[in-house]
Design a protein around this ligand. Structure first.
Ligand code: SF4
Length: 108
């Protein structure tokens, strides 16, 4: 089982833009939100755009993304490191494909 690890805390981490913001901005409504209050696809995109804009101004965006890719739980939830969960999952798949292609070339 993959464990969750926190990255080394860089100087200035306490000033990251996401700190103190509403978790719903980053992760959407909780799973127990009644269906009639669930966000629409458009609302989700707008919410994620706002979160990603905050990440774009964050000095830790690269570290945050790499930490999430390395230690997150499969890139499954929320906006982290300037990417949505779906974007991170695509990136993880692409990196695995690239690694496999490099391994194939090295074997051949
Ligand atoms: S990049 Fe990471 S630390 Fe920075 S605002 Fe986004 S989620 Fe927060």
């Amino acid at each position: 089982m993959k464990r969750f690890h926190l990255m080394q805390v860089p100087a200035g981490w306490e000033d990251r833009p996401c700190l103190g913001t509403d978790l719903e901005l980053w992760f959407g409504a909780s799973d127990d939100t009644p269906p009639h209050l669930q966000e629409s696809t458009g609302d989700k995109r707008r919410r994620e755009s706002v979160a990603k804009a905050l990440c774009a101004g964050c000095p830790f965006v690269v570290q945050c993304l790499e930490n999430e890719l390395e230690h997150g739980i499969g890139g499954q939830w929320g906006v982290r490191g300037g990417m949505t969960a779906e974007e991170r999952q695509d990136l993880i798949r692409n990196r695995r494909r690239q690694a496999a292609a490099v391994a194939d070339v090295e074997v051949a």
